[in-house]
Ligand binder design. Structure first.
Ligand code: C2E
Ligand code: MG
Ligand code: MG
Ligand code: MG
Length: 292
């Protein structure tokens, strides 16, 4: 910041603070408008069962198509949406859209697969969360077994008893639950026992250096072994290379999500993938693992 030569520390501080405040206010204003003006869209990234080369699901990933700035990734606006509470209405839109899109694919004749939706802790903690999920299912007509909610360990920071009740209710309705970015949060292993979940998603940060960092390899191996012993599903995310893929397969991690198969793509491009690969339903007769 060369221009600030000669300013006192205090002036520099207030100048930067104002920039930040103004930026945030502008962003907030834009975000407010984005829902009304339908600037949000979902991309989908397939999840693959490797040995059988079949799609088991796809993760819905939010994008903001800003009229001037173009496609903005979720990391750039979700924190602000969480701070302002806008994540609640945005998250509801994501749920409805993902359920309707998945149902539309089924109605178009594609074999059914799950759609996985990311849920912010703030969204999960609102009292009407379960009803919002059930409404999205009812409105779309999607069978609950084809909806997976990706929660993070962060939801365990407050109201644990409420969290368990909500998860149990959703599970009783047939909705699938996975823990996203597993291993990066603050939750303790007790929650694995307490929370009625179906699947662990191994965080990308452990997968990245898996093949050359023995610590990461040990962590990934432990997560996979734990998932197997607890009879939970396990999927590795952020898989980019053939070496990572082989390493994970050696460790008996059969489900993979990552650029190695596909980046997140717009819905019309996902259709090409659905046509290319058989889905779980088509290969069910040869499947040894009954779903939970
Ligand atoms: P996430 O749920 O862990 O999603 C996976 C992220 O990793 C996605 O980034 C995806 O594009 C990226 N990814 C997938 N495969 C690879 C790979 O092989 N290599 C690399 N380098 N990256 C890969 P994206 O779409 O930018 O999303 C970032 C995060 O934003 C998500 O992380 C999730 O926490 C959040 N997010 C996305 N959509 C939503 C949403 O609808 N609601 C909420 N609450 N959060 C969302
Ligand atoms: Mg996710
Ligand atoms: Mg993740
Ligand atoms: Mg490392």
């Amino acid at each position: 910041r060369v221009k600030e030569n000669g300013k006192t520390g205090f002036q520099r501080y207030t100048a930067e603070m104002n920039d930040k405040v103004i930026q945030t206010l502008i962003m907030e204003e834009w975000l407010n408008r984005a829902l009304e003006e339908q600037q949000f869209l979902l991309h989908y990234q397939p999840q693959i069962e490797v040995g059988k080369s079949r799609i088991t699901g796809m993760e819905a990933l939010l994008r903001w198509n800003h009229p001037n700035l173009g496609l903005i990734p979720p990391g750039d606006f979700i924190p602000l949406a969480e701070e302002t509470g806008l994540i609640i209405s945005i998250g509801e839109w994501v749920l409805r859209t993902a359920c309707m899109q998945n149902m539309a694919w089924q109605q178009a004749g594609y074999a059914p697969v799950k759609v996985a939706v990311n849920i912010s802790p703030i969204q999960f903690h609102q009292s009407s969360f379960v009803d919002i999920v059930l409404d999205a299912l009812k409105e779309s007509g999607l069978d609950p077994q084809y909806l997976e909610l990706e929660i993070t360990e962060g939801i365990a920071m407050y109201h644990v008893e409420q969290v368990i009740i909500k998860l149990q209710t959703l599970r009783n309705h047939g909705v699938q639950i996975s823990i996203d970015d597993f291993g990066t949060g603050y939750s303790s292993l007790t929650y694995l026992k307490k929370f009625p979940i179906h699947k662990l998603k191994i965080a990308q940060e452990f997968v990245r250096d898996l093949t050359f960092d023995p610590d990461d390899a040990a962590i990934v191996q432990a997560i996979i072994a734990m998932a197997h012993s607890l009879k939970l599903g396990v999927i590795a995310e952020g898989v980019e290379t053939q070496e990572q893929l082989e390493f994970l397969m050696d460790l008996q991690c059969k489900e993979i999500q990552g650029y190695i198969f596909s980046r997140p793509v717009p819905s019309h491009d996902l259709i090409k993938l659905l046509e290319l690969l058989p889905s779980a339903a088509e290969t069910n007769s040869t499947s040894e693992s009954a779903s939970a």
